[in-house]
Design a protein around this ligand. Structure first.
Ligand SMILES: [Zn+2]
Ligand SMILES: [Zn+2]
Length: 147
C-alpha cells in the first residue's frame, strides 16, 4: 500500500490525525496529537517501528509526557483507511497488549502508550520470532505429552 497523504480521522476519537514524517524510514505515521494520542499504521509501517532498536524519536517527541483524551478501548473501531471493522488482537504471544487490526487492509491502530509497550517486549525482529517459535514448540510438546 502506498503511503497516503490524505488526512486520516482517528478511529477512536474522530479527531484529525497528524502526519509525522520519519526521515530515517521514509514513512509517514498518523498520530492523534489533538485527541487520544493513538497511532494509525499500515502493516508495512508497523513492522518498521515495533522493536526497540528501531528509531522513532520523531514519534516519541510528540507523544511522551503528554496527556491525551481518554477513550474507551473496548469499543469496536472502523478502519479509517478502508472502513472495515477492526478486530482486537494481541500484539504478540505474550498476550499483554491488545491492539486494533484491520483484516481487510492490514492497518493497525495503537492506543496511546501501546507502541512503547510493544517495543519494550522485544529488542529485535529475531527475538520476536525466536519467542514465537519457542512457544510453538512448547505447545506441540504439551500436545504430545497429554496423548
Ligand atoms: Zn484519537
Ligand atoms: Zn482497513
Amino acid at each position: 500500500m502506498a503511503d497516503s497523504l490524505e488526512i486520516i480521522i482517528c478511529p477512536a476519537c474522530n479527531k484529525k490525525m497528524k502526519k509525522v514524517f520519519l526521515p530515517s524510514k521514509n514513512i509517514n505515521i498518523d498520530i492523534c496529537i489533538d485527541g487520544c494520542g493513538g497511532i494509525f499504521l499500515d502493516n508495512r509501517e508497523f513492522k518498521r517501528i515495533d522493536e526497540q532498536h528501531e528509531e522513532i524519536d520523531e514519534i516519541l517527541a510528540l507523544i511522551e509526557n503528554k496527556t491525551f483524551a481518554k477513550v474507551d478501548e473496548s469499543v469496536a473501531r472502523m478502519c479509517p483507511s478502508c472502513c472495515a471493522v477492526m478486530v482486537k488482537n494481541y500484539s504478540s504471544i505474550n498476550h499483554e497488549i491488545q491492539i486494533d487490526e484491520c483484516y481487510a487492509c492490514g492497518a493497525k491502530f495503537l492506543d496511546n502508550g501501546e507502541l512503547q509497550k510493544i517495543r519494550a517486549e522485544y529488542l529485535t525482529e529475531n527475538d520476536r520470532s525466536a519467542d514465537f517459535t519457542e512457544n510453538l514448540l512448547r505447545m506441540l510438546q504439551q500436545k504430545t505429552e497429554t496423548k
